[in-house]
Ligand binder design. Structure first.
Ligand code: ADP
Ligand code: MG
Length: 341
């Protein structure tokens, strides 16, 4: 089932929480809505679910206008971070809960068989008689997904479903969710403020800021070609260096870097730590710098250097790098992007 949002707005107390969002989600895709807290992700998801309604614009499910269809008739399954399981019911009863209302009515035996099948799908076979308090947080979110799938939804909506879990469990669940999605092929919208989660999981990432889409594309597209300083910064660590544009060049200390198409005047150059290298003191293509601090990490050494232009710059060297604090050298930029402020 493909979903089309056409210019949806949602106003709360005079302010737009969602401010004209137009988006196409292809059938069977897993799309992540990614943005900082307050950017409108949950409000969009609630409108797709039918838990809230746009003030302007429309929502289509396939050929059907779903804008005003109430949640019970919309055929969506959802998992929210705080949409807890019923604690007094077993896992099997939790999963079966929504199935009792399905039409045509399912027999008890059909429901029991389907619950077992769903427990197997979420990799918790045979645990139906346990209660939520007897399983881990990660397992509870898997049961919540089984419950969402039990009603045979046309669309699956997940709002920061792993937000309350610790990092290692979150990473496992990410892979697990992607596998389940690939098995079932159900159109899924996944909301998160965690870039790594969105990039790992989604076919397409939609980046939101202040109720608007600022960029969307595959993980590769948005990471390799961020269209603004906001997106570039939001997707990962970046150094910001003030530069002066003159005649298609960006002047940074002694360096003149190609900056075709940019108007003369001040601008900001952004470079990620991995895209900067440490080299010798007399590198003619480098900017002189001195190492202030070194942060050793499992897969790299983060050098924190003071550049001759006065900026502190962070760059990543390989784990076998032998530099020491106090060393003089140069930084060399391998990849960067320049935006006018
Ligand atoms: P996100 O999920 O990206 O953190 P939300 O969609 O929850 O963002 O919220 C977007 C904006 O709308 C925020 O400024 C929030 O305070 C506001 N907002 C959300 N729901 C309501 C509501 N029911 N009443 C008033 N303001 C709301
Ligand atoms: Mg939210």
């Amino acid at each position: 089932m493909n979903i089309h949002l056409d210019g949806i707005h949602r106003i709360f107390e005079g302010a737009a929480a969602v401010n004209g969002v137009t988006l196409d989600i292809g059938s069977g895709k897993l799309v992540a809505l990614l943005g900082p807290s307050g950017s409108g992700k949950t409000t969009i998801l609630r409108m797709v679910a039918g838990l809230d309604f746009p003030d302007k614009g429309s929502i289509r499910f396939g050929e059907e206008d779903a804008t005003n269809i109430p949640v019970a008739k919309r055929g969506v399954g959802f998992v929210f971070q705080h949409y807890a399981l019923f604690p007094h019911m077993t896992l099997a009863e939790n999963i079966a809960f929504g199935m009792e209302a399905l039409k045509p009515r399912r027999s008890k035996a059909e429901i029991a068989a389907r619950v077992e099948e769903l427990l197997g799908l979420v990799r918790l076979p045979g645990l139906g008689r346990r209660f939520p308090a007897q399983i881990s947080g990660g397992q509870r979110q898997r049961v919540a997904l089984a419950r969402a799938l039990a009603v045979e939804p046309r669309v699956l909506l997940l709002d920061e479903p792993f937000g309350a879990l610790d990092a290692a469990v979150r990473r496992d669940l990410r892979r697990w969710l992607r596998e389940i999605h690939d098995d079932l092929g159900i159109t899924t919208i996944f909301v998160t403020h965690d870039q790594e989660e969105a990039l790992d999981l989604a076919d397409e990432v939609v980046i939101l800021s202040e109720g608007r889409i600022v960029q969307s594309g595959t993980p590769r597209e948005v990471t390799r070609r961020p269209g603004s300083a906001f997106v570039l910064n939001f997707l990962g660590d970046a150094n910001r260096l003030p530069v002066e544009i003159r005649g298609g060049g960006a002047f940074l200390g002694p360096l003149n870097l190609a900056a075709p198409g940019l108007a003369d005047g001040p601008a900001a150059l952004y470079a990620r730590p991995r895209d900067i290298a440490w080299s010798g003191p007399l590198d003619p293509n480098g900017l002189p710098a001195r190492i202030e601090r070194i942060l050793d990490r499992p897969d790299s050494r983060r050098l924190v250097v003071l550049a001759a232009t006065g900026e502190t710059v962070e760059l990543d060297a390989t784990p076998d790098d032998e530099s020491r604090p106090g060393d003089a050298g140069s930084i060399r930029l391998h990849r960067w992007q320049i935006f006018k402020d």
